[in-house]
Design a protein around this ligand. Structure first.
Ligand SMILES: Nc1ncnc2c1ncn2[C@@H]1O[C@H](COP(=O)(O)OP(=O)(O)OP(=O)(O)O)[C@@H](O)[C@H]1O
Ligand SMILES: [Mg+2]
Length: 250
């Protein structure tokens, strides 16, 4: 069995009187694809904010490969290998696709830009960027300002930008939200085909996507883990079926 990559112990986040994340214990193994599902307001995004360091926890611990990262700032977590997507529209909409990927490569990479080897470092970065953009079918549009990409392409570029930082753990919050069926299929395929050494946590409302990509599923409800197990375990769980009542198929 592979090593435990990410562990949370009694992780908690309170917003005033609201307990958004309530004593969550997670154990995710290296290379695992873990889907996090649950109804609106279940605490899924807040859990990601806690993992990436966007918000401080109210209690509990977060361990990355055994190292306590609970109180590290988010840039330190990025350097340790936690990658997440950001809305591309919040980045540099007037810079080109390639420029954005290069910035992400230099900005997020553990091995920083080396001013004494500028040409070589630049060439390697462009090579990395080209490989990623080709894989995602965006190389042809490398000179486009990202603001001119379609919505679906922008969502794909968000994943490219996260991958440019060479994460060991990738947090994807609803990567298929708002995509057409064809784009959803493409992104599902891409996520399923990511480097198997990368551990992926995926928040998904689309059950088909979650169940196609993940081996294990964690179901959150009111900030807690309601159920966890294989796709089949979770599908058969009566409590899970109850909270998804009205959803035709699980
Ligand atoms: N910054 C905040 N201040 C106050 N309350 C918040 C804040 N962020 C989230 N919440 C509340 O915490 C709860 C969990 O929210 P969260 O966004 O984590 O849910 P979610 O599972 O991601 O939902 P969705 O499926 O709709 O994205 C909700 O009740 C939400 O209103
Ligand atoms: Mg959310």
């Amino acid at each position: 069995m592979s090593a435990v990559c990410l562990r949370t112990e009694q992780l908690r986040k309170d917003y005033g009187g609201l307990r958004a994340v309530d004593g969550v214990n997670l154990e995710v193994r290296e290379g695992e694809r873990r889907a996090i599902i649950g109804p609106n307001g279940a605490g899924k995004t807040t859990l990601f904010h806690l993992l990436s360091g966007e918000v401080p926890p109210s209690g509990g611990r977060i361990l990355l490969y055994g190292q306590d990262i609970t109180h590290l700032p988010s840039y330190r977590r990025t350097a340790l290998g936690i990658g997440r997507t950001y809305q591309v529209t919040n980045l540099f909409p007037r810079l080109s696709v390639l420029e954005n990927v290069l910035l992400a490569t230099f900005g997020l990479r553990r091995q920083k830009y080396d001013p004494f080897r500028p040409a070589l470092a630049h060439r390697e970065a462009v090579e990395d960027a080209r490989r990623l953009l080709e894989e995602f079918g965006l190389w042809e549009k490398r000179d486009w300002p990202i603001g001119s990409l379609s919505y679906g392409e922008q969502r794909q570029l968000e994943i490219v930008l996260a991958l440019a930082g060479r994460p060991r753990v990738l947090l994807l919050d609803e990567p298929t939200a708002g995509l057409s069926p064809a784009e959803t299929h493409l992104v599902t395929h891409l996520v399923a085909g990511l480097d198997p050494r990368i551990t992926v946590l995926l928040i998904e409302h689309d059950m088909d996507v979650a169940f196609q990509v993940a081996q294990r599923v964690t179901v959150m409800h009111f900030g807690r883990v309601l159920a966890e197990g294989t796709v089949d375990d979770v599908r058969r769980n009566p409590e899970v079926q109850a909270i998804y009542l009205g959803v035709e198929e699980l």
